[in-house]
Design a protein around this ligand. Sequence first.
Ligand code: SAM
Ligand code: SF4
Length: 317
Amino acid sequence: MKDQFGRDITYLRLSVTDRCNLRCRYCMPEEGVCKLTHNDMLTEDEMIMAVEAAASLGITKLRITGGEPLVKKNIVSICTRACAVPGITETAITTNGILLPELAKPLREAGIQRINLSLDTLDAEKYSRITRRGELTEALAGFRAALDAGFEKIKINAVLIGGFNDDEVRPLAELTKQYPIDVRFIELMPMYDSGDFGEEAFISCDSVLEQLPEAEAQGADGGVAKLYRLPGALGNVGLISPVSSHFCGSCNRIRLTADGRIKPCLHSDDEIRIKGMSKDEMTETLKQAIFEKPKWHGEMSYAERTHTHRDMNQIGG
Ligand code: SAM
Ligand code: SF4
C-alpha cells in the first residue's frame, strides 16, 4: 500500500532478536543486551502473523535481521514459515556469517533466496578489534558456506570507517573480481549509544570512488545502493549513503523490532507496539503505521545524531 506521501511500501525488515554473538563497536555496547525477557519478545507465531498481516497490505519483500538472526534457536523454522507466506516473493537475511557453516544450507532450504554478510575488514586483527570478539577465519568460513549453499545472490556489507578500513576499499572491492558477489560500502550512521567513533570516523561514500577510478557506473539496483563495476568483475560495488545523501524520498520499507514494535522510519523515535495483538489488529495497526510513515528522518550527521533511542542491534539495520 502507499503511504500518505505516495511511496509504495513493499519491504519489511523483521528483526528476530536483539542479541548477538559479536559486539561491533558501531552497533552495540560491549556488555551486550539483556534488557528483553522472553515475554517481551515476539513469539514465532506472532512474527508469522505480522508477516501475513504485512503481506496482506502489499509487502512482497522480507528481510530477516537482528541482532544476529542466526543466534535465534528457531531461526530455520521462522524462515521456513515466513518464506511460505502467500505474497512474499523476495526473501533475504542479513548476518555476520559466524554461524553459517552449520546454517547456510538449512536457510537456503527454508526458502531464503539472498544473503547479506557483514564484513568490514579482511585483516584478522582488525576484525577482532571491530567486532570485539569475532575471528576472521569464522566469518570467512561462513562466506564459503554461503557460496556453497547456492543462494541466488550474496552481498558483502562493509561499514566505511575513517582510520579503520578506508585503506581496505580496494581489497574489499576486488572480491567482486574473485567471486560472483556484490560488495557494498555503507556510511557509518551515528547511532544512539554505540558512539565509539567520533566525527573523524565518518567518511562519505564518495571517497570509495576516489580510490576506484576505473569503476564504471551501473545505475541504481532498485534498492538504496548506487552500483559500480570494476573491469572484469563478476559482481558490483555498491555505495549506500544514508548520511551524505539520504534516500527517504524513495524509501519503501518498514521495520518490526524483536520486541514487537513497528518502526516506520529507522531514525525516528516513532514506534507502534503490536506485541500481543490478533492478526486483524496487527493488520489495522500496520496499515496506519505505513500511512503515517514520516516524510524523512530529519537532519542527520555526526553533529546531529539519530533521533531514535535504539542502537542498530535493537532495530536491525
Ligand atoms: N548481525 C547482522 C549483521 O551484522 O549483518 C544483522 C544485523 S546488523 C544491525 C545489520 C547491518 O547494520 C550490518 O550490516 C551492520 O554492519 C550495519 N550497522 C550496524 N550499525 C551500523 C552503523 N552505526 N552504521 C552503519 N551501519 C551499521
Ligand atoms: Fe552483531 Fe550485526 Fe551489530 Fe555486529 S552489526 S554487533 S554482528 S548485530
